[in-house]
Design a protein. Structure first.
Length: 273
C-alpha cells in the first residue's frame, strides 16, 4: 500500500509530497477514498480524468492516448478501466491549475480527438458547472471495489484492448502491480502544458507585455515606425480589458491576469530602483 499511495500522491494529489501518515492515508484509499480528495483547498488540481464509456471503446480512448503524445508531445496518461462500462485516461500535472482550466483542457481534447463520440458517452473530471469540491464527483479513486463487486484498476496499454467487453477486474488488483504501472507515468511539465494549451487554442502562442496588441487592432501589416506622440495602447489597460472580457476564453483571461501581476511587479521594481 505504501508504494501505491506514494505513486498516487506523486502524480495526482494536490501536492506531490510523501504521505506523512501512511496509516491515516490508507483509510483514504481503502474503500477507496472519494476522488474529490484530489482537489486542493485552494481549488487547484493536478489530476484530470477523461472517461469514454457506455459502452467502453478502446479505439476512441486510444485515439486520445496516442494523440496527446504524437500531436501535443505530452507524456502518456495512465489508462484505467472504470469498473463499470468505460476506459479512463488519467493525466498528471507537475504544477496544479484551477479546476476550470483543467476542464477546458479536457473539453479541448474532446473536440480534437473525440468529435464523433456522443457527449453522453464521455465524462470529464473535474467537471464544469459544479461547486469545486463536487467537480470530481464523489467517486472512489482507482483502484477501488465498486458496488457491483467488480474492481476499477490501472492497466497496461498493451492489455487495455482485452477489457473492451468487460472493463473491470473480477478480483482486486495487487497494490504492487498498480504501483508498478504508475511508476512509469510522468507528470506534464509546465512548459509542456503551456505548449499544449497553445496548440489547442486555449492560449496564444506567447502572451507577454512586449507583444501585446489592442483587441480592436486593425488587421494587416504594421507600420515600420510609430510616432511617439500618437496614441498608444497602455499594457496595463489592455491586460485589464482581456481579463474582464467574458467573451474571451477563460484560459486567456487567466494568463492575462498572470501577465498583469508580472507587469505590475516589474513596474514597482523599476520605481524602487
Amino acid at each position: 500500500m505504501a508504494r501505491l499511495l506514494s505513486e498516487l500522491q506523486r502524480l495526482y494529489f494536490p501536492t506531490a509530497t510523501e504521505p506523512a501518515d501512511p496509516d491515516g492515508a490508507r483509510t483514504v484509499l481503502a474503500t477507496v477514498g472519494p476522488i474529490d480528495c484530489l482537489i486542493g483547498p485552494d481549488g487547484m488540481v493536478r489530476a484530470m480524468v477523461l472517461e469514454i464509456g457506455a459502452p467502453a471503446h478502446w479505439e476512441s480512448a486510444s485515439a486520445v492516448w496516442r494523440g496527446v503524445q504524437r500531436e501535443l508531445e505530452l507524456p502518456a496518461p495512465a489508462i484505467a478501466v472504470s469498473g463499470l462500462d468505460g476506459f479512463q485516461l488519467w493525466f498528471s500535472l507537475a504544477d496544479p491549475v484551477p479546476v476550470l482550466q483543467a476542464h477546458a483542457f479536457l473539453q479541448a481534447l474532446r473536440t480534437r480527438f473525440l468529435a464523433g463520440v456522443a457527449p453522453r458517452r464521455l465524462r470529464m473530471m473535474p467537471a464544469a458547472g459544479l461547486p469545486t469540491q463536487q467537480s470530481l464527483h464523489r467517486e472512489p479513486m482507482v483502484p477501488a471495489r465498486l458496488q457491483t463487486g467488480n474492481w476499477s484498476a490501472f492497466v497496461a496499454p498493451d492489455l487495455a484492448p482485452i477489457f473492451v467487453d468487460t472493463p473491470w477486474l473480477d478480483i482486486a488488483p495487487t497494490d504492487e502491480g498498480q504501483a508498478d504501472l504508475l511508476r512509469g507515468i510522468r507528470s506534464i511539465k509546465r512548459v509542456e502544458w503551456d505548449s499544449a494549451q497553445a496548440q489547442l487554442g486555449l492560449l496564444p502562442p506567447a502572451l507577454t507585455v512586449g507583444n501585446l496588441e489592442p483587441l480592436d487592432a486593425a488587421p494587416g501589416p504594421k507600420p515600420a515606425s510609430t510616432d511617439a506622440s500618437g496614441p498608444r495602447q497602455d499594457p496595463r489597460q489592455f491586460l485589464l480589458k482581456v481579463m474582464n472580457d467574458e467573451t474571451v476564453p477563460l484560459a486567456l483571461r487567466i494568463e492575462s491576469a498572470k501577465a498583469l501581476l508580472q507587469y505590475s511587479a516589474d513596474r514597482e521594481a523599476e520605481q524602487d530602483g
